[in-house]
Design a protein around this ligand. Structure first.
Ligand SMILES: *Cc1c(COP(=O)(O)O)cnc(C)c1O
Length: 399
């Protein structure tokens, strides 16, 4: 059994090294991104010579505490918050859990009501379901056909027991950018804490937590050319919350466990690059995305573009192809070396249509034939033309 497992593992590693001769064209940057060369370079010394535990007293340990705090400063600068409001976690999902559960349990004497939306990531929706089992009440508000949350419904849903509003900054499936400023104002008016899952937004939109009156925010390095397995929870210092992971005194006793030093260094470098290149990357993504949509509209009949066309992440295109099975479409594209997704990565493989598309009123027969293409900084016009040609051919064949 053990021998067999080791053999399988080695095989998988070997396969991932020599992927054959087919060129891979990657259009799934909302699922994850490749690590930027500069980020990898910054991380490497912390796997090898600088491996000390940040809690140790000798210099190769202690120095790493400094390094972590430099990364913390970089994140705080980009978000415009205080350094002591940044907590490093293991991923975006963990940040969402820490913030929602941590704030809910610490504030349950004030109230037991939470407001979120129907189009959140499963990291939020399933955490809310968990909290419902512990006596919290959750309101899942609607969005319009473009995926914009209903601000009037949001305000009407607030009552004297409401402690927290959690609305994502940008949607991972249809790219809709939510009106954070207006939500922040409403939350402030009623004295309710405001959290935003900004995992898709970082690197695409400028988020100033002070200006937008955001009390808590989640982000994840692997969505902006950083490594997997490291995230951030920003929690304003005046917001009470409890830890979800007990142990040592790391992260000011709010998130125990020896710090992922290489990961944190990578996150720091990645957020610095994301911030510096935001406008340039956006321009590039938007031009590829607009070209893609224009060509598909010209060349393939019976399609529907899902989500808002303006208030949308620059690299996101989500299109439903009538009469097409999304799963089949993905595997035909895969045969041509094209990576895309149908709905979110988490629901890929499952046949059920995306909860986001259903929530914005896309009928399930169209939702099943949807394709999410998310462009990245390294995609070229040549790649996009290959994608468009392949899609035209495959859709014709499958119909
Ligand atoms: C990817 C994603 C997450 C989860 O982040 P992980 O680091 O993969 O756990 C949460 N929310 C949104 C909107 C995402 O896109």
């Amino acid at each position: 059994m053990i021998w067999y497992t080791v053999k399988k593992f080695n095989e998988a590693i070997r396969k991932s090294k020599g992927r054959g001769s087919m060129k891979i064209r990657y259009f799934d940057h909302s699922a994850t991104t490749p690590v930027d060369e500069r980020v990898l370079e910054a991380m490497l010394p912390f796997f090898k010579e600088n491996y000390g535990n940040p809690s140790s007293v000798y210099s190769i340990g202690k120095n790493n505490k400094e390094v972590i705090n430099i990364a913390r400063m970089k994140v705080a600068t980009v978000l415009n918050c205080k350094v002591n409001e940044i907590y490093f976690t293991g991923c975006g999902t963990e940040s969402d859990n820490l913030i929602l559960k941590g704030i809910a349990f610490a504030n349950k004497n004030r109230g037991n009501h939470i407001i979120t939306s129907k189009i959140e990531h499963p990291a939020i929706l399933n955490t809310c379901r968990f909290l419902e089992n512990f006596g919290f009440r959750v309101t899942y508000i609607n969005t319009d056909a473009k995926g914009m949350i209903d601000l009037k419904e949001l305000e009407r849903s607030i009552n004297k027991n409401t402690i927290l509003i959690s609305i994502m900054a940008a949607n991972n499936e249809i790219g809709t950018i939510e009106p954070l400023e207006e939500i922040g104002k409403i939350a402030k008016k009623y004295g309710v804490y405001f959290h935003t899952d900004a995992v898709q937004a970082i690197g695409n939109i400028d988020i100033d937590v002070k200006a937008l009156e955001i009390d808590a925010l989640s982000l994840s390095a692997h969505k902006f050319y950083g490594p997997k397995g490291v995230g951030v929870a920003y929690i304003n210092e005046r917001v009470p919350f409890i830890t979800m992971q007990d142990g040592g005194h790391q992260e000011r006793e709010k998130r125990a466990g020896t710090e992922n030093v290489p990961g944190i260094v990578g996150l720091g470098k990645a957020i610095e690059l994301a911030d510096k290149n935001l406008v340039a990357y956006n321009d590039h993504l938007r031009s590829l995305r607009d070209y893609y949509i224009e060509e598909i509209q010209k060349r393939i009949p019976y399609i529907k573009i899902n989500g808002d066309l303006e208030k949308r992440l620059p690299g996101n295109a989500n299109i439903s192809f009538r009469g097409i099975n999304g799963g089949k479409l993905l595997s035909e594209l895969d045969k041509k070396g094209i990576c895309t997704s149908s709905g979110s990565a988490c629901s890929a493989g499952l046949l059920s249509p995306s909860h986001v598309l259903l929530a914005i009123g896309v009928p399930s027969y169209l939702a099943r034939g949807s394709l999410r293409v998310t462009f990245g900084k390294d995609n070229t016009l040549d790649d996009v033309n290959y994608l468009i040609d392949s899609l035209e051919e495959i859709v014709k064949k499958l119909r």
